[in-house]
Every structure is written in C-alpha cells, then in structure tokens.
Design a protein around this ligand. Structure first.
Ligand code: MEV
Length: 396
C-alpha cells in the first residue's frame, strides 16, 4: 500500500442533450465543466478510517479493527461489483448510521463504505486512512457532483491500494491515468453512483472520468473528436430536487403512456444525433447558421423535457428571461429545478452577457459564464499545489 498523500480532482458535467432519454438506451451528449471536486487522502496509523465532507457537514470515523471483524462476504456474493438493495441494507448496518441521518449524508457515507470495503478489502489488512472531499460544484443541481465524488474516491482508493499506479512523476504538478486505469476507475465509480442513485445510466461518472465532450449510449462511450469551444451560461435555479425521484417519474410516465412517451424519447435521441452532427461540422468549418440549428435543438428538447414531467417554473423563468434577450436555454441534468444552460453565440457583446447574468441573478439564481470540455479525473502534486487547491485546503 502507498504511504504518500494523494490529491485527486474530478470535474462535474453538463448534459447538452439526452438527459432522461439516456436512462432508456438513447444517446446523450455530455461535456465536462471546469468546476471540480477535490479529494485528499492521507494514510495514517491511528487505526481509524476518517471521512470528512465539509460541504455537507459530515465527519465520520470507523475503527479499522471493527470493520476488519465484520463479515463482509456479502460484498463478494454474485457479481462482486453490483450494489444490490440487499447489499446497501447490509452496508447501513456496517455504517451504524442513525435513523434520522439525512439522505444525502447517508448515501455519501454508504458509497464511501462500499468502495472502501470492496477496493481495500483485497488488501491483507484494511488501511487506516484520513479522507477529505470538498467541491466547487453545488450539490443536487444536476452537475454530476455525486459522480465526481465517486470518481475521486475510486481513483484515490485504487491508487492507494496499488491496483493502479500513481501516474504522478517527479516535478509533475498534475497528471492523469492511462486509458486502462481510467476504465477501472470509471467502473468502480459507476458502482458508487449506483449506491447513491439506484439505477443511473453511467453518463455522469463517464464524463467525470474522461473529461472533454462525450457521446454516451448504453454504457458505450466515445469522445467527440473536435468539439468546438462553446461558451455557455450555467444557471443554478437553486430549486432542490432529487435525481432518483425524477428518473422514476419519467419511467412511470413511460409505463403509463407508452405510445406518447416513447416517441418523445426517440425524438430526444434524434436531437442528440443532430447536435453531434452539427458540433462535428462546427469543429471542421464553423459557420453562424450552425448556432441557429443548436438553438432550435435546445428549444425543442426543452419542450420535450417539459412533456416528460421534469420541468419546473424556475426553469420556465430562466428560459423566458434569456429568450427576452434573444438567447436559448434548456434544463441540464435531472430537471425539476436544478440547473439550466444558455448558449452564448460568438459575437455577443460582453455588456449583453453581463445584463443577462444580472437579470438571472435578480431572479435569485446563481449564474456562471463558462466554457465546456474540462480535463477528466486528475492527480495533483500535494507539494506544489495550484492556488485553487491551496485556498480550499487552507479553509479546511
Ligand atoms: C442526471 O444528470 C442525468 C439523468 O439522465 C439521469 C442519469 O442519466 O443517470 C437524469
């Protein structure tokens, strides 16, 4: 087992098109955001495993000796990597969570324990570790914060247990793992996501692992070759919602009205494919008309998502405020509140962007101007930190 401090980060994501449809086997186009989750892992020798998540006020500690004595054979039953509901129930007993424990807190702890016991359980003795995870991503806003959490945990635990090598060489400030190692990280992160979300598609953990822009369908991932550098406004309506409930709501609507809802999902699939085609064309030979197509696709998808039942009045407001300024928006992620994206056309004057941000802020929303396509999970030097990491560590 490695004895050095590990510092890992992974990005959040926005889905351009295909949220919800992707759960039903359709294509999703997703891009990495330059808002990241960070994890610091310090091996120690006090016989404890400490987990601290300052963003949601969690500090949790377990005795390694107690965990070592537990019968964790349930982790090896059947497909060792599938967290079934029975397995999650058993993990709850192991965790010793109080009955009144908040859902977010308990799911984050369960995902950690699942990954720790499964990945580190292969060692002769479970390691004593101190782990802190913090994030620039707002939680529960559809930006893939839980996936970035699972990706960071998987990457750090696999590395400390030497299941994958630490790619950081002397003098590196930051580095990434090989394709094979990223595949393993992604596989474990997906299982962490399943503990948290039940039945996710896997798109969030894939973007957080690989970064850039991805096409995702039924577990098959391909990177878009030359995605154009699109500028967007990312708006958080701050209306809380639950991905699991929204995904279940779409499933119920599909079961109730198959003839109506299945064509909506097929149409969203066609929107994603058309968007992928246009983005490819933009990478080769950019032309202003392509933005008009992207805007039409955004409008059509937003209407479909409303018809699936995942809209919200706050998202309607976001669309209206931006539409009044000639800009086009849609929800991104699970919907029901959460976040939306607005396409910024090239040539848009900065005062106009600022005025739009201001109008959205005065609705009570948070708004960032950002571009898309950040690098995926990365390992950072713990000795020569960039200012963004240093600042966060100072505040811990
Ligand atoms: C959530 O960011 C995206 C959804 O499609 C759920 C999923 O893909 O797991 C709503």
């Amino acid at each position: 087992m490695l004895s050095e401090v590990l510092l890992v980060s992974a990005p959040g994501k926005v889905i351009l098109h295909g949220e919800h449809a992707v759960v039903h086997g359709k294509v999703a186009l997703a891009v990495a955001l330059n808002l990241r989750t960070f994890l610091r892992l310090q091996p120690h020798s006090n016989g404890k495993v400490d987990l601290s998540l300052p963003n949601i006020g969690i500090k949790w500690a377990w005795d390694v000796a107690r965990l070592q004595l537990l019968d964790t054979s349930f982790l090896e039953q059947g497909d060792a990597t599938t967290p079934t509901p029975e397995l999650v129930e058993k993990l709850k007993e192991v965790a010793g969570l109080p009955d009144d424990c908040a859902v977010t807190e308990s799911l984050a702890v369960l995902a950690f324990l699942y990954l720790y016991l499964s990945i580190c359980g292969k060692q002769r003795a479970l390691p004593s570790l101190d782990i802190v995870v913090w994030s620039e991503l707002p939680h529960g806003a559809g930006l893939g914060s839980s996936a970035a959490y699972s990706v960071c945990l998987a990457a750090a635990l696999l590395t400390v247990c030497e299941e994958i090598p630490n790619p950081l060489k002397d003098g590196d400030r930051v580095n990434r793992w090989t394709k094979e190692d990223l595949e393993l990280i992604n596989k474990w992160a997906f299982q962490g996501e399943r503990v948290i979300h039940g039945n996710p598609s896997g798109v969030d953990n894939a973007v957080s692992t690989w970064g850039g822009a991805l096409r995702y369908q039924q577990g098959k991932i391909s990177s878009l070759k030359r995605p154009p550098a699109l500028q967007i406004l990312l708006t958080n309506t701050k209306v809380p919602r639950n991905t699991r409930t929204l995904v279940a709501g779409v499933r119920n609507r599909l079961l109730k009205f198959p003839e109506i809802v299945a064509p909506l999902l097929t149409s969203i699939d066609a929107i994603s494919l058309e968007c992928e085609r246009v983005l490819g064309e933009m990478g080769e030979a950019p032309a202003p008309e392509q933005y008009l197509v992207l805007e039409e696709l955004i409008d059509m998808n937003q209407h479909h998502l409303n018809a699936l039942g995942v809209g919200h009045t706050s998202l309607d407001q976001l669309c209206q405020v931006t539409r009044a300024r000639g800009l086009h928006s849609k929800l991104t992620g699970a919907g029901g509140g959460g976040c939306g994206i607005t396409l910024l056309k090239p040539g848009l004057e900065q005062p106009e962007v600022e005025a739009t941000k201001q109008a959205l802020t005065s609705c009570g929303f948070d708004c960032w101007e950002t571009s898309i396509g950040a690098p995926g999970v990365s390992i950072h030097s713990a000795t020569s930190l960039d200012s963004r990491v240093q600042q966060a560590l100072d505040g811990l």
